[in-house]
Design a protein around this ligand. Sequence first.
Ligand SMILES: [Mg+2]
Length: 270
Amino acid sequence: MKKILFTDLDGTLFDLADYSYDAALPALEALKKENIPIIFCTAKTFVENEYYRKKLGIDDPFIVDNGGAIFIPRNYFSFTFECKERSNYCVIELGASYGELRAALKAIREEMGFKITGFGDMTAEEVAKDANLSVEEAERAKNKDYNESFVFDEPEEKEALLFEKIREKGFEITHGGRYYNIHGKDADKGKAVRILTALFEQEYGEGEVKTIGVGDSRNDIPMLKAVEQPALVKNKKGTWLDLSLTNLYKARGEGPEGWVEVVEKFIINK
Ligand SMILES: [Mg+2]
């Protein structure tokens, strides 16, 4: 049985406060030794994913911008399939392009007079300050392909109208913490996991693949629903996301510590 690990990054493999993942390093090494694919499935951008993959020495496919696209290293699978080529990757795009999303936001801003400020309207220094990142990190976070994050500086009662306008233009919106995100209707972590799982099944045989997914928050729900073994780690409040799914495993540890627990329980059987 080929096991495949789908993992969220922020708050799951990485500590939410300082992005540290030291606690997870031995388990990561064990996974690599056993050739278990480690698939990042995250809201992070392509550039951020590349940065962390390089740092951690991971060469497996990854899902960017909350399911906006799947990047698969060229020749990763032994067969060919339809995709768009970009540097060393074969890309399956699910989401709308950054240009389309920016244009929609601009049109809504003009039509409605809303105070909307996207990452694309800010300098890296401004994003760094606003999101509490270093300038370097902000540059990577700003470099979006299938999503735009923005601040909606209007009274709460106008939010419903914003949602309506975005859907009218054929896009979707999510709200997590400080930022709103506009993205294509088909950009979905769950859809991306299913497509990638089908490719792994084509490679290893149907019924020969077992998928495990780990996350910590609401944007992970579609991913957790799309895997065979879903798992949650604890968040900073020391509790789990309110979610009931058959088979859902709730790790005792927070962030990377919980992540290690999941890997040891379901994959490396320590
Ligand atoms: Mg997270």
